[in-house]
Design a protein around this ligand. Structure first.
Ligand SMILES: [Zn+2]
Length: 447
């Protein structure tokens, strides 16, 4: 049989594309996106590329192509507990719900939980997530099978000791560069309030030896900052600095309580801050000084946090809430304009995870693409496609998702995850998983 050699593996035809030009995001219309291997080979005016040159063609007419969304901070398998801790204080959220519930988890639960979370993220246009959780081999397996991209850190508490820390280090070594390069691993001490200075210093030492980064919760509330000042005489970021944590790339989750002095200090380090505003509003934690961080040059990205606080893994929703929360807190409707929201979501997310080849649709970048329908009543008229994306689009508008050049969802159908099976596997575990025995909790939130 005569074999013809295809120039492109995938050709996405006839879509609008969100691109960055001279530091501004714009939408260009009627384009074809050609993909070879795991990278974007060309973005050309529609029909400039001969369809016969492609092994597979995706009809994307009417769709908007955006870079695959980046979830910079989550605890993916917490989907297992969705809706179990509502309308409670942050102390009760940790001590009466999360840590007793998490003591029920077994490795296989995490595998199925991760798959459910990944299915939800793919359906929401997310192609990369930074996970901070336990039993990470199972998460890495779910990432491998599903085709997603992930930065994974095995969460560890100071009271678990050096041996446990080294088990998390071994995980990081085992999976660094895994799944054909789609997995990166960082270390993930829980927080300065549950890891003392010595433990943080040990973690920093291990991260330096591995040449990897650290993903950690920090200054999540103003109360945590007050407690740190009382116990250690310094703020949580200053404690991280003293322990050497800031000598490696660091991703801080939340930073609501960052002081002007913290920001002035952090800007000289390789530090990024993940923002998950839905959690902050839900647990009444306050609003992070995002404007001050950005003005100081600190990288900011968007996360969803775990589903027990945010209820969804929907990055579009978090983008919208970030803008709204920042405007409201500043009493300034001009703050956090559309361009800045996109810069945080895409360029910020890529920089926060040290993955410079994601977060932008351009020749040579990794082919991580979400294609959104634009035909819903809520998206018409389309005077401003970017305003529609930030303030009107819904996760349900996501139609087709490509990660690392491979289709993960086509025309609304998941291709790599058997969602009914995942739900059935989780359903039969729920009764065991939702028991809450206070004495079994993994840790205690300090007050
Ligand atoms: Zn978190």
């Amino acid at each position: 049989m005569l074999q013809t050699l295809s120039t492109f593996d995938l050709l996405v035809v006839g879509c609008d594309v969100l691109v960055r030009q001279d530091s501004r995001y714009i939408v260009v219309n009627d384009r074809d996106i050609a993909i070879t291997g795991n990278r974007i080979a060309a973005i050309s005016p529609a029909e400039a590329i001969d369809r016969a040159q492609a092994r597979e063609v995706i009809d994307a007419s009417g769709l908007l192509a955006i870079p695959g969304l980046i979830n910079c901070h989550t605890h993916a398998p917490m989907v297992l507990f969705r809706g179990l801790a509502e309308d409670v204080t942050i102390e009760s959220w940790f001590n009466d719900y999360i840590w007793p519930l998490e003591s029920n988890e077994e490795p296989e639960d995490i595998y199925w939980g991760a798959l459910l979370a990944i299915a939800e993220m793919i359906q929401s246009g997310v192609t990369t997530f930074a996970d901070h959780y336990f039993f990470c081999d199972q998460i890495a397996e779910a990432v491998t099978e599903s085709g997603m991209r992930a930065n994974i850190g095995w969460a560890v508490f100071g009271h678990e000791g050096e041996r446990k820390l080294d088990q998390t280090v071994a995980f990081a070594q085992r999976w660094q560069g895994g799944a054909g390069g789609r997995i990166t691993t960082w270390l993930a001490p829980h927080s300065p309030y549950l890891c003392d200075r010595n433990f943080l210093a040990l973690t920093a030492q291990r991260a330096r030896a591995l040449n990897t980064g650290i993903h950690i919760h920090c200054s999540e509330t103003h109360d945590q900052v007050a407690l740190s000042l009382k116990q250690h005489g310094v703020t949580p970021p200053a404690l991280l600095q003293q322990a050497g944590v800031l000598d490696v790339p660091v991703l801080l989750a939340h930073g609501i309580g960052l002081t002007p002095e913290d920001i002035a200090m952090l800007k000289d380090y390789d530090v990024a801050v993940a923002q998950c505003p839905k959690t902050y509003m839900k647990l009444a934690m306050g609003t992070a000084p995002v404007r001050a961080m950005r003005e100081a040059g600190i990288v900011v990205g968007i996360g969803t946090d775990g589903v027990v606080s945010s209820n969804t893994l929907d990055v579009l929703e978090q983008m919208r809430l970030l803008a709204l929360d920042q405007k409201q807190a500043a009493r300034d409707s001009t703050t956090m304009p559309l361009q800045e929201v996109l810069a945080i979501a895409f360029a910020g997310g890529a920089a926060a995870l040290h993955l410079p080849d994601i977060g932008e649709l351009a020749e040579g970048k990794l082919a991580d693409i979400a294609l959104l329908r634009q035909d819903g009543a809520h998206l018409f008229p389309r005077y401003d496609a970017i305003a529609n994306l930030v303030y009107s689009a819904r996760a349900g508008d996501v139609d087709t998702v490509i990660c690392d050049g491979k289709l993960l969802m086509r025309y609304g159908r998941l291709l790599t995850i058997d969602l009914p099976r995942v739900k059935a596997e989780i359903a039969r575990r729920l009764q065991r998983l939702n028991q809450r025995v206070a004495e079994k909790r993994l840790a205690t939130y300090p007050t």
